[in-house]
Design a binder for this molecule. Structure first.
Ligand code: NAD
Length: 253
């Protein structure tokens, strides 16, 4: 029996695909053969170009502000109207707000929890309802964080949301594993994206973070793609409910 990482004939939905890790994941899934619906608030032109110049995959851009759950059904419907199928959902869109816990505002709490956790749940629900109705195979990949395992500092709603996302990944895996849907998560370490710009611009924090990464460098977005292809492909069919670190060895330290 050969192990298959082939996504030919499959359709993936990637949220927050215009930049950073979402863009890299969309490019990797397209490289493995998937058509990709690129979901988010911003122009997807850069991602469309990257996929086209790598020579593969049809793309559809779906405009959606995921700070509320209003667009979730539309994301699934537009994908189905475009390709007739939806096999893979990558819940990547996420935000972070920084302040000391004693000063943290309700607005910053709610904004982060809404995008990082609430919308992820209801988009996964809409996706799974479609799959379950058609008794169809499917894969959900949540983008968690090291803050799914650790406490962090000055990011209370981010840590709560990503720790919650690890639990949600396990719960959904337990409910849907027997029905042909794999639910797993990737926990990226410290990657060079907008999300970590403030940390990289702080010389002390930058040096402290680098000193703890056994691989010796910040993650480059393209270093996340292999894990996403694995969790999206038949190669991971018996993998359910894991939160897989892709962190240059950070958690092993
Ligand atoms: P990023 O800020 O470059 O990307 C975040 C993406 O989410 C963007 O595409 C943005 O448009 C989208 N987004 C945010 N709010 C949205 C909304 N309301 N509606 C639609 N889209 C929205 O950062 P990134 O590092 O690429 O982050 C991607 C994911 O990876 C996030 O969930 C983040 O928490 C997670 N993550 C990143 C790191 C890292 O080191 N960069 C580490 C761990 C986890």
């Amino acid at each position: 029996m050969t192990v298959s990482f082939d996504l030919g004939g499959k359709t993936a939905i990637v949220t927050g695909a215009n930049t950073g890790l979402g863009q890299a994941i969309a490019v990797a899934l397209a490289g493995a053969g998937a058509d990709v619906a690129l979901v988010g608030r911003s122009s997807m032109a850069e991602t469309e170009e990257a996929i086209a110049s790598a020579g593969g995959g049809r793309t559809l851009t779906i405009k959606a502000d995921l700070s509320t759950i209003a667009p979730v059904q539309d994301v699934i419907d537009q994908t189905l109207a475009w390709s007739g199928r939806a096999d893979i959902l990558v819940n990547n869109a996420g935000i972070i707000r920084r302040a000391d816990a004693v000063d943290f505002s309700e607005a910053d709490w709610d904004a982060v929890m809404d995008v990082n956790l609430k919308t992820v749940f209801f988009l996964s629900q809409a996706f799974a309802r479609h799959l379950l109705a058609g008794k169809q195979w499917g894969k959900i990949i949540n983008i968690a964080s090291l803050l799914s395992f650790q406490g962090g500092i000055r990011i209370p709603s981010y840590t709560a949301s990503k720790s919650g996302l690890a639990g949600l990944t396990r719960l959904l895996a337990c409910e849907w594993a027997g029905k042909g849907i794999n639910v797993n998560a990737i926990a990226p370490g410290y990657f060079e994206t907008n999300n970590t710009e403030a940390l990289r611009n702080d010389d002390d924090r930058n040096a402290a973070i680098l000193a703890r990464i056994p691989a010796g460098h910040w993650g480059r977005p393209e270093e996340i793609g292999g894990a996403a292809v694995f969790l999206a492909s038949p190669a991971s069919d018996y993998v359910h409910g894991v939160v897989m670190p892709v962190d240059g060895g950070w958690l092993a330290r």
